[in-house]
Design a protein. Structure first.
Ligand code: FAD
Length: 473
């Protein structure tokens, strides 16, 4: 009697719910991973850091499994067909996996469960990637939370050591099915090419996650003070590992919860934000289908002025912090959290482009792309989401720049054409006189664009758009 462990966004062996339950069930456990063409075929680019990150993480996991006399079976094709076929071929009565809350994953899992059941097999799914899921944290009236702070308070109140207990997978590893090392498809064979992942210093797999976490533990106390400044190394950079499950959420929460101090508490709050958006998506899957969380804002007719979206994507808005942020995204597949807020707000409230276009652009490029967090972040920035911020609070891209990159260190890293500018001009290079432009060796309009919009005028139009949406309700 064998069991499959079907890995998806949980590419590790330690503290892993599905592995634990499968191994405990005393069967010969066979780990499998499917490079799912339903997902891969939809990717816009054949050089995708995420595909490379997954492959490298699997390579590391396979070696770990091989050290225990087992291996990892990987296939390329449609998961909803291949998993039932593998279960049949390998005579597995049960397939164990960790729960995924995205609508497409829920539909896929339902299809697999249905196929398996036709032959008397079962799909068993476990909570793993969050501390609390589905209906575990609700309001007193039994409704899902729509505002973060009360959700966070209820989440913290419910937290107890029970929920943080690691799954002791290592005790049962002798129950892994013995097998010779299995091949892992190359990127090439799947039609993908390598990216600059190595050059960026992004190490995949559990080892990569643990290295980052150890480094961050030393800085956690300073997190609250440093996290908003993109030129500083303030945050953990663990989002890609949380996305692909190369680190256990329980491990991170245990450390944050156990360390006193404001830094650790603020960081814990961010981990709770992650769960908050996961439960929003679970309870309101329509947000992933292009709908505003607050339906009254669906009536906004976004002007999408010609050229605005392209200028934003190509870092040609003339607002240095926004352009530096977009270059960071385009060159590295990451973007600092403060900059995600600034760039998203700028697209929607300064350029009047539909937030869904920005959401898609981020989704295609972010290495840590997560449907729940990205949608939540965009709806937050567009004021269509579930937060307490009123829509008339609009980020000013200049004061954001002055506040969070005062000396322009981050800007200059990504906009070398502005490297000679002193701090007082770095946020508003269009204010340089011709003489000063000459002195600093930069011609605005040639070396760097003039601003695409005037913030005050853009702000006024945004207020009118949102106000009209409110009236049309
Ligand atoms: P840290 O500051 O070290 O935080 C620790 C972890 O908490 C993160 O790794 C992440 O898993 C979680 N987290 C932190 N902030 C948030 C948040 N606001 N919402 C949800 N989870 C959070 N995060 C993603 O993981 N994937 C996305 O696709 C994504 N898209 C975003 C889009 C927009 C418009 C905005 C404003 C935010 C988005 N975020 C997204 C949230 C946040 O920007 C990133 O999680 C963060 O920048 C990752 O860096 P870090 O790992 O160093 O985070």
């Amino acid at each position: 009697d064998t069991a499959l462990v079907w890995l998806r966004r949980d590419l590790r062996l330690d503290d892993h719910a599905a592995f634990y339950h499968a191994l405990k069930s005393s069967r010969a456990v066979i780990p499998v991973f499917i490079f799912d063409t339903d997902i891969l075929d939809a990717l816009p680019d054949r050089a995708d850091r995420r595909v490379e990150f997954i492959r490298e993480s699997l390579d590391a996991l396979k070696l770990e499994l091989e050290a225990h006399g087992s291996s990892l079976i990987t296939r390329y094709g449609r998961a909803c067909e291949l998993i039932p076929q593998l279960a049949h071929a390998l005579n597995a009565q049960a397939v164990f996996c960790n729960r995924d809350y995205e609508p497409a994953a829920i539909a896929r899992d339902a299809e697999v469960a249905e196929q398996l059941s036709q032959n008397g097999r079962v799909l068993r799914a476990f909570k793993d990637q969050v501390i609390f899921d589905t209906d575990e944290v609700l309001t007193q009236a039994g409704k899902p939370f729509g505002v973060f702070t009360p959700y966070k308070n209820a989440w913290l109140k419910k937290l107890s050591p029970f929920y943080l207990m690691p799954y002791p997978v290592s005790r049962y590893l002798e129950r892994l099915a013995p097998m010779p090392p299995q091949p892992l498809p190359s990127l090439d064979s799947m039609g993908f090419s390598r990216t600059n992942l190595d050059a960026l210093g992004i190490q995949a797999g559990s080892a990569g996650a643990q290295r980052l976490f150890e480094d961050f533990i030393g800085r956690m106390g300073r997190y609250k003070a440093a996290r908003d400044y993109p030129a500083l190394e303030g945050s953990s950079c663990l989002s890609v590992h949380l996305r692909f499950g190369t680190v256990s959420t329980r491990q991170l929460v245990t450390t944050a919860d156990g360390s006193g101090g404001e830094g650790a508490q603020t960081w814990l709050s961010e981990l709770i934000w992650r769960e908050f958006y996961q439960q929003v998506l679970w309870h309101h899957p329509r947000v992933a289908a292009g709908h505003s969380y607050k339906p009254e804002f669906d009536v906004i007719a976004w002007p999408n002025p010609a050229g605005h979206f392209a200028a934003w994507c190509e870092a040609r808005t003339g607002y240095p912090l926004v352009d530096a942020a977009m270059r960071q995204l385009n060159q590295t597949g990451t973007m600092h959290n403060r900059l995600r807020m600034v760039a998203a707000s700028f697209l929607v409230k300064d350029l009047h482009v539909d937030w869904r276009l920005g959401e898609r652009y981020f989704a295609d490029r972010l290495i840590d792309f997560d449907l729940a967090a990205n949608n939540g972040g965009w709806q937050w920035a567009a004021s269509t989401g579930c937060d307490a911020q009123p829509w008339f609070r609009i980020f000013n891209p200049i004061t954001q720049s002055e506040k969070f990159d005062a000396e322009g260190k981050f800007i200059k890293r990504y906009l070398p054409e502005l490297a000679a500018l002193p701090a007082r001009y770095i946020h508003t290079p269009w204010l340089l006189s011709e003489d000063l432009q000459h002195a600093y060796g930069v011609t605005i309009g040639r070396d760097y664009p003039v601003p695409i919009v005037d913030h005050a005028a853009a702000r006024a139009l945004t207020l009118a758009l949102y106000k009209a949406a409110g009236k049309n309700r």
